[in-house]
Design a protein around this ligand. Structure first.
Ligand code: GLP
Length: 263
């Protein structure tokens, strides 16, 4: 592992040789936070990235190192429309990859409902729940290849509340691997907005693979812009990045060039 620093930016960035190492380090970080506060409010993400983290948390829970009995979870997003019982729903994903294997109470799980009759009302309802808690203790984030966090897609603004979003062509293609075919990917989703993500007391973002290198460079190096929604995290009060070498590659070459060619 090496810790890197971007000149002028004060958030910690940890770079690991492998995805497994990055996931284990993120799990140590999350576990240490949960140990400090039994009724922890934990914001969760879906996608393939956090699966390694979830695997490690399951292990720690089984060994008795962390206890989820009083923890409350808040997921970032859910497809719309989708039945929560559909195996491609984010709720099913969370059950399969985390919830069914830890001592978390089902009533402590929060996720937008993909089959609510009115998506805008459901968004309002979820936002009320998020406002009532005043911000999760820790938000786990992945990143889309277009820089999205949750399902906050590239836009000309940062949308603060939970809202219904039209998925981009890129995201539909990226996520088609979880569905029988691309045409089965829902075209919309309900997502926590940038407001709730920024209200989180801490955030961690995990990224691995070359296909994330550009989004990571834009998010961490360039001036924050809604064209890369993750770039708003530069303004977060406590954010830590766990990257594998591939996801960090464009930042690493920027830093090398900066050293080789000091101005
Ligand atoms: C998903 C989620 C995001 C996730 C991103 C990347 O669809 N809405 O929360 O970070 O896309 O997914 P993956 O980790 O599979 O690359």
């Amino acid at each position: 592992m090496k810790q890197i620093q971007i000149p002028g930016k004060n958030f910690p960035i940890f770079v690991y040789d492998t995805y497994e190492e990055a996931s284990l380090a993120a799990a140590e970080f999350v576990a240490a936070e949960i140990k400090k506060k039994p009724d922890f409010l934990l914001g969760l993400a879906t996608g393939s990235t956090p699966v390694g983290l979830y695997r490690a948390l399951i292990e720690k829970n089984k060994k008795g190192e962390i206890d989820f009995s009083e923890v409350k979870t808040y997921n970032l997003d859910e497809y719309y429309p989708i039945s929560p019982r559909n195996e491609q729903s984010f709720l099913s994903f969370m059950k399969e990859n985390l919830f069914d294997h830890i001592n978390l109470k089902p009533e402590n799980v929060h996720i937008p409902c993909g089959e609510a009759p009115d998506p805008n009302l459901e968004a309002e309802h979820y936002e009320k729940e998020l406002l009532a808690i005043g911000g999760v203790d820790l938000q786990v984030l992945g990143i889309g290849s277009d820089g999205h966090i949750g399902f906050n897609e590239p836009d000309d603004a940062f949308i603060l509340p939970t809202h219904l979003v039209t998925l981009t062509e890129q995201t539909i293609s990226d996520n088609a691997r979880f569905f029988p075919s691309k045409k089965d990917v829902p075209t919309h989703a309900l997502t926590m907005g940038i407001g709730a993500i920024m209200r989180a007391k801490k955030c961690i973002l995990i990224a691995n693979g070359k296909n994330k290198a550009r989004a990571i460079r834009e998010a961490l190096l360039e001036n924050p812009s809604p064209a890369n929604q993750a770039s708003i995290l530069q303004f977060h009060r406590d954010v830590t990045f766990f990257l594998d070498h591939d996801a960090a590659s464009e930042i690493l070459s920027f830093l090398q060039d900066a050293v080789a060619d000091p101005v």
